[in-house]
Design a protein around this ligand. Structure first.
Ligand code: CP
Length: 319
């Protein structure tokens, strides 16, 4: 029997059963996003604190919208306009938010392990919205939901992750998630961004230096942004990166005919991805955003106890 979730700090510690449970909860909420009246009262009276210490468009707005659509209120830390600027520490900042009695905190921070650090010190559920280069669990869940929607199942696909893998929390969370379902992972990018140690993260991971070989036979391509803000090593010249690693329509033709392309965003068009791929028929980039709303609604619903608990220790579905 799966354990009940208290926080969501990463994918690594979750079981395939827990992941399937969350995706199953999110599934009916996909359709809900297309409903003309997008408001439930499931979490009415609850408050979700959003503490983003790093920039975000998709994740922050998605959590705020997910909370609103479930009827919850949000408190929103604006890092740039907060007392962090006066030298207040992370812990004092989140303790201050906690003293206003939210029911959960969603946090993004540049330090790997920061969500775990906070979870050990607060009583409320903590949701990791991205911690340094460590994990971005809701991104992996929404990617998994997108793959499952398109392909009917999650198990056994050939997944290629392309680009700046070393600095990518999205890559780590996706590797942990997809290998729990027997997917085979191919990593491809400049050598300094695809170190050998990544092969030890999980079984069924291989590193391939040439993009043509990495794309061959892929069912899913996950293209990553070059994370300039985390790069300490001498950067590859942009022209060199484009020549070696940009996903172009011509290169994508080597993948399976019904392959799909994911990108967590923000995309740098013309660098890691050709606009012809980003806007092409195989691109799921905007569907990923919609899946994100469903996943985050499901997660808030599960963690904040928006329904009676069933005999397996889980709340009933949100529909
Ligand atoms: N995918 C993702 O985390 O995007 P944001 O940085 O815009 O939240």
């Amino acid at each position: 029997m799966p354990h009940r979730l208290r926080h969501l700090l990463g994918i690594e510690a979750l079981t395939a059963e827990q992941i399937t449970f969350l995706l199953d909860q999110a599934n009916p909420l996909q359709e809900f996003q297309r409903h003309p009246l997008k408001k439930l009262a499931t979490l009415r009276g609850k408050t979700v604190a959003l503490a983003f210490f790093e920039p975000s468009t998709r994740t922050r707005i998605s959590f705020a919208t997910a909370a609103a659509r479930l009827g919850a209120d949000t408190m929103n830390l604006q890092a740039e306009a907060s007392s962090l600027k006066k030298g207040e520490s992370l812990l004092d900042t989140v303790r201050t938010l906690d003293a206003m009695k939210p029911d959960s905190i969603v946090m993004r921070h540049s330090a790997s392990g920061s969500a775990d650090f906070v979870a050990q010190r607060l009583e409320i559920p903590v949701i990791n919205a991205g911690d340094g280069t460590h994990e971005h669990p809701t991104q992996a869940l929404l990617d998994a939901l997108t793959i499952r929607d398109h392909k009917g199942k999650l198990d056994g696909w050939n997944i290629t992750i392309l680009g700046d893998i070393l600095h990518s929390r999205v890559a780590r969370s996706n590797i942990h998630l997809l290998t729990k379902f027997g997917c085979r992972i191919t990593l491809c990018g400049p050598g300094m961004w695809v170190p050998r140690e990544l092969e030890c993260l999980a079984p069924n991971i291989r590193r391939v230096p040439r993009i043509e070989e990495a794309v061959e036979g892929a069912d899913v391509m996950i293209v990553l942004r070059v994370q300039q803000e985390r790069i300490n090593e001498p950067a590859l010249a942009m022209e060199e990166y484009i020549l070696g690693y940009q996903l172009t329509p011509e290169r994508l033709r080597r993948a399976r005919p019904n392959a799909i392309v994911l990108h967590p965003g923000p995309m740098i068009r013309g660098l890691e991805i050709d606009p012809g791929v980003a806007d092409g028929p195989q691109s799921c980039v905007l569907e990923q955003v919609t899946s994100g709303l469903a996943v985050r609604m499901a997660l808030l619903f599960v963690l904040l106890g928006g329904a009676p608990i069933d005999d397996k220790g889980f709340p009933h579905a949100a529909h």
